[in-house]
Write a protein of this length. Structure first.
Length: 323
């Protein structure tokens, strides 16, 4: 009888073991959906940081590129995913942008996501080609007023913060322009170099290295303060008072209902990956960026309403729309 009871206990323990193993997070690769094409600057940063975070997490990440519709496709996929921690979104604000600009983006920015952490931030900058006649922002704005809407400006897509920054700048000075959208900020910056457009807003980690190579010239930065690497270049707020800062924030969010323990584990993995990483900090600063790691998931969640309001201001001032 005792032997039979011992055997039953052993069988029960074996049956429970797989269930306990399944409760350990992560027990399979975590899919990070990136709303940019492979090779884009944001995709490169996502790959770099997730590779660093894999060790602290005790697992691995798989990058799933879902470019298109300005990030809408990627955001919708994560909003609809099972909230188990195995599907995350690497976002530069694209999810928020569409929630602000579209009446029905397919998700609610406050209801359908779980904030995990902000990681890094890069301001947008206004670039012209090196051979441009516009040596400074005053010359460009004078030409914009004089041409009556003839200047062409590029961006990484309709409804992106870069699009809104260009439209807001022109509207604030009482001018118009012709918006030329491209498939990404890299392509928009290349269009500046090749003279297809007169200027474009792009993220600093794309435009600043190209200025250092002599391909473009930066006339304005769009952060909350002047860039340390370009102390003589004015901010967007200095030349267009009232226009809010325009930045690209590398952040991680999951679907709504992500268990707190999983959220905290993910946050800790990204924190351990970037906190105190002097090489990463130096690399970001060299491209005009900075590490802005959230203190906690709750702190990131608390920052969301302010970010949404800032984008609403940018939409209102720019008049930019998504057709």
């Amino acid at each position: 009888m005792m032997r039979r009871r011992t055997a039953l206990i052993g069988i029960t323990a074996l049956a429970a073991a797989p269930a306990r193993a399944q409760d350990v997070f992560p027990n399979r690769p975590v899919r990070m959906i990136v709303p940019f094409a492979p090779g884009a600057s944001s995709d490169t940063l996502a790959r770099l940081i997730t590779a660093k975070a894999a060790g602290p997490l005790g697992g691995s990440f798989v990058i799933d590129n879902r470019a298109g519709a300005g990030g809408l496709i990627a955001a919708q996929a994560v909003a609809r995913a099972t909230p188990d921690g195995y599907t995350l979104l690497w976002t530069g604000g694209t999810a928020i942008t569409h929630a602000v600009m579209q009446a029905n983006p397919g998700y609610d920015i406050f209801r359908d996501f779980t904030p995990v952490t902000e990681i890094a931030e890069n301001p947008a900058v206004l670039a012209v080609r090196t051979a441009s006649p516009f040596q400074d922002i005053a010359a460009l704005l004078t030409a914009a007023r004089r041409t009556g809407g003839g200047l062409r400006y590029g961006s990484g897509g309709v409804g992106t913060p870069a699009h809104m920054a260009g439209a807001a700048l022109l509207k604030t000075i009482g001018a118009e322009g012709i918006h030329v959208p491209y498939r990404g900020a890299n392509q928009a910056t290349l269009a500046v170099e090749q003279g297809e457009v007169d200027f474009a807003f792009a993220i600093s980690n794309i435009a600043l290295p190209r200025q250092q190579q002599g391909a473009v010239r930066i006339l304005v930065t769009a952060g909350s303060q002047r860039m340390a690497a370009l102390p003589a270049v004015p901010t967007l707020a200095e030349v267009a008072p009232g226009v809010p800062p325009v930045t690209s924030t590398s952040s991680v969010v999951g679907p709504a209902g992500l268990p707190e323990a999983v959220t905290l584990r993910l946050h800790a993995a990204f924190r351990d990956a970037v906190q105190g990483d002097a090489a990463l900090r130096t690399a970001l600063e060299a491209e005009g960026g900075a590490i802005i790691l959230s203190e906690s998931p709750a702190a990131y969640a608390a920052a969301w309403p302010g970010q949404v309001e800032r984008l609403r201001d940018l939409v209102r001032i720019s008049g930019a729309t998504i057709e």
